[in-house]
Ligand binder design. Sequence first.
Ligand SMILES: Nc1nc2c(c(=O)[nH]1)N=C([C@H](O)[C@H](O)COP(=O)(O)OP(=O)(O)OP(=O)(O)O)CN2
Ligand SMILES: [Zn+2]
Length: 150
Amino acid sequence: MSNIRITKQFSFETGHALYGYDGKCRNVHGHSYRLSVTVIGTPISDTSNVKYGMVIDFSDLKKIVKEDIVDVFDHATVFNKNTPHVELAKELSDRGHSVLLVDYQPTSEMMVIDFAEKIKIRLPKNITLHSLRLQETATSYAEWFASDNL
Ligand SMILES: Nc1nc2c(c(=O)[nH]1)N=C([C@H](O)[C@H](O)COP(=O)(O)OP(=O)(O)OP(=O)(O)O)CN2
Ligand SMILES: [Zn+2]
């Protein structure tokens, strides 16, 4: 049976600020992120399996990504917890805003690494994460490929 890649796309709105950066993105601002998740596996060949012909049900993939990424990041503002932004984050959080403290600079590169780790541990054993593409603006995106990270 052939190995097949399948992709599910997601979107979420997230704020962030790049502490210490030398450009306009050091300011708190937001993006309409687009995330493409590609997994690879063999379509189920057992005709009695309700998922016959599927690598993984798109809705099962959706559940994983929604629970661990979309629902966490959507309409939250992400700050690097290792910077003085932690004080701003506390102030916002105390005032009822949705804030996410992460252990990295929230660039698209670092976010896509974080997302890859989160998705990998949730996938069934027979399914491999092939790649992620995180589109931050209409003209900018970061990609993670399993083959680049062996
Ligand atoms: N390598 C990276 N560079 C930058 C990142 C990043 O995550 N990785 N992030 C930013 C800003 O957060 C923001 O995304 C601005 O990106 P940019 O493409 O510069 O946005 P513009 O609106 O200026 O894009 P144009 O289409 O060129 O107008 C900055 N850099
Ligand atoms: Zn940005």
